[in-house]
Design a protein around this ligand. Sequence first.
Ligand code: NAP
Length: 303
Amino acid sequence: MKKTIFITGVSSGFGKATLIELAKQDHFIFAGLRGGKDRFENCYSQELSNELFKSKYKEGKIIPIDLHLEDQQSIKNAILQISDSNFPPLEVLINNAGYGSLRPVECQSFELIKNQTQVNFLGPFQLIYECLPLLRKTHGKIINISSIAGLTTFPFYGPYSASKHALDAMTESLFYELKKFNISVSLIEPGGFATEFVKKSMDNTQMTDRLSLYESEISKFDEMLESKKTHFFLGKPEKITNLIIKIIYKKNTKLRYLVGIDAWCLYCLKKVLPDSLRTWGVYHFFQKMVFRNSLHHTKSSRI
Ligand SMILES: NC(=O)c1ccc[n+]([C@@H]2O[C@H](COP(=O)([O-])OP(=O)(O)OC[C@H]3O[C@@H](n4cnc5c(N)ncnc54)[C@H](OP(=O)(O)O)[C@@H]3O)[C@@H](O)[C@H]2O)c1
């Protein structure tokens, strides 16, 4: 039952939690992260002081691979490394790495939106394309980590949501197309989870000069993301790890797995409510949380 698994974005969050569990279960792991071996040893310094984890690493059952999803050559090199290794043939590809450029659309440069699309959509697409000849031989599995933002959207989520919608749509097509090769394809659509996602996403986001138009909303939006109330509702990454493990072992898998009460609520609202009512709800929620003072300001300045 030991499988060869390639997972991206293992430096933190879902990727790291999943890698640790996969290592416990003695799988062969290709671990994609920016910075390769040195960064891996840095990110896993605590785990490497655990004898069991250390022995798996020293035996070569975990191979760190330097992977930059916005760089096509880096993806090609990663696949070469996988094809040339002594591991058993690849059985599972987990496209986990990603980030969110969570800012008003107008504040984002063309370069930023291009990067968002490359990392969350084109990079995973190229990885799937390059891995398919390997997965065809093993009747393997593809697991793409999307987001509830791949099924619905909100203010400040435009480019992130667009990249996840694209990933979602492509994955659904592959789900049908690859059945004849006995390759299973699944999407995980998490709601909010306690990882490095918000912090790292903000580090990735440089703003254009239109920022001043939305300054107060951005600071309220950031406050909302970082508030204790929001953190209270975030799920534990292990929930996603357990689901990934379940999908790896399961014979018959579904296309979509929604995870988290927030994801389910937002999905049901999208399915059940007429669009006008849903958009009214989203708008009023954000008006209360983010836009309130600025709308008031706009009104009074018009008067
Ligand atoms: N946490 C949530 O609430 C949530 C909700 C829905 C969906 N998701 C999705 O879940 C996935 C994992 O995110 P997470 O929550 O675990 O966040 P995380 O802790 O920030 O992990 C994201 C991983 O993606 C990697 N990454 C980012 N840009 C990359 C690039 N250009 N090339 C290669 N790797 C890159 C990061 O590496 P570096 O350390 O090098 O930046 C990191 O390892 C993402 O696809 C995210 O969109 C998360």
